[in-house]
Design a protein around this ligand. Structure first.
Ligand code: GDD
Ligand code: MN
Length: 368
């Protein structure tokens, strides 16, 4: 028998726990081979949610509660994870809102994917078959959808469609690996930090569609402004793609600066100045990418593997230059030559950036 523990973070959810806890245990019958426990992580809710849970414990033997002080959703989940790891034997841990926004009827679907070999399964609102409430105000729909799009594009990881929804099944083994790294994310951004870890550690991530219902009763504790700020900050600090863009900009400044100096001040031939400055930019890009953008998979610190990667990087970069030269020259055959800088920007955005980012990931900084 395998066991799954559903973690329910609660802050003033007295009404809702009385409904959701029985609903979760009902799902046990529909998942042969699995037994359930529930851990309520309550932050001493003023509405006495804990009292209600203690009352329910008389009926449900595998219902547990850990009480603490309010320190945000991330802290609550980490406390719940630690509780499971020290007190219960569990193969899987579920994240789930206690306000009935997440329908317990989807639990068997998530478990099916775990049985199929996934390390982490996400209940996703933004794939076919999933949804957000129809009656949400327009701004809320836009906020939720765009928030996720920003994260997907920010990480350039389009395969995950819902980074923020807190309905997930996670293998306990993976949790053990990452718990030490989750401590600093107190609020809702912890959801993104956890998934980002899963992606970087090459865990098998699957999605199942879920309908997100408007909460049953009580109020949301989310602070949208704070959440947006935390998300943007997290992406800037952790996205290889954004860092790769910044490194590219630094490279461009070095390239132009060196060329300017060599051509205007030192009297070098243009071709010679171009070769030198392009190579300086390439080497700078390589080092910054290795120790910053792709630092989680940096090349081994031996001279030979370093040299090999630098040569690979150079080859790809020379490929960039050729592609750019050919496409730009080609563009001026069909369009007015005087607007060359517009074509250059378009080519860099649509061809060079995706091409080089893809190849750096597949060749120079590939999975370990
Ligand atoms: N213990 C504890 N401590 N629980 C908390 C805290 C806290 O500081 N903050 C929120 N919770 C609990 C709530 O009681 C609820 O059960 C669950 O966490 C979700 O909180 P809501 O306040 O209902 O958040 P939401 O509905 O606005 O946000 C949900 O949707 C977001 C995406 O749209 C959550 O699933 C988020 O994770 C998700 O990002
Ligand atoms: Mn909610």
């Amino acid at each position: 028998m395998k066991s799954a523990t559903i973690i329910l973070p609660t802050y003033n959810e007295r009404e809702n726990v009385g409904i959701i806890i029985p609903q979760i245990f009902e799902q046990e019958e529909k998942t042969p081979g699995w037994e359930f426990s529930i851990v309520v992580v309550d932050d001493t809710s003023p509405d006495k949610t804990a009292e209600k849970v203690v009352e329910l414990q008389k009926k449900y033997k595998k219902l547990y509660i850990t009480s603490g002080q309010k320190a945000g959703l991330g802290k609550a989940y980490v406390r719940g994870f630690k509780y499971v790891l020290t007190n219960l034997k569990s193969d899987i841990v579920f994240e789930m809102d206690a306000d009935l926004s997440h329908d317990p009827a989807s639990i068997p679907l998530l478990l099916q994917k775990i049985d199929g070999g996934a390390d982490i399964v996400i209940g996703t609102r933004y794939i076919k078959g999933g949804s957000i409430p129809k009656n949400w105000e327009f701004y809320r729909k836009v906020f939720s959808y765009c928030g996720n799009l920003v994260v997907r594009l920010g990480f350039m990881h389009l395969a995950v469609h819902d980074w923020t929804n807190g309905y997930r099944a996670i293998k306990t083994d993976f949790l053990k690996e990452i718990i030490p790294h989750l401590d600093e994310y107190n609020g809702y951004v912890f959801q993104i930090a956890l998934l980002d870890r899963a992606v970087k550690l090459h865990k098998k991530i699957e999605e199942v569609p879920v309908h997100f219902q408007e909460r049953n009763s009580g109020v949301s504790k989310i602070n949208s402004g704070r959440y947006i700020f935390d998300i943007v900050r997290y992406i800037f600090q952790h996205s290889s793609f954004i860092k790769f863009g910044i490194v590219g900009l630094i490279g461009a400044v070095l390239d132009f600066g060196t060329s300017f100096f060599l051509i205007e001040k030192a009297g070098f031939a243009i071709w010679m100045a171009t070769v030198i400055s392009a190579e300086i930019a390439i080497i700078s890009n390589f080092f910054f990418n290795n120790f910053w953008s792709f630092s989680h998979k940096k090349v081994e610190n031996t001279r030979s593997s370093f040299l090999k990667s630098l040569i690979q990087f150079n080859t790809i970069s020379v490929g960039n230059i050729l592609i750019q030269a050919i496409l730009l020259q080609g563009a001026t055959v069909f369009f007015p030559r005087e607007y060359w800088y517009i074509y250059k920007v378009i080519i860099i955005a649509l061809v060079i950036i995706p091409y080089s980012y893809f190849l750096y990931n597949k060749v120079v900084w590939k999975k370990k």
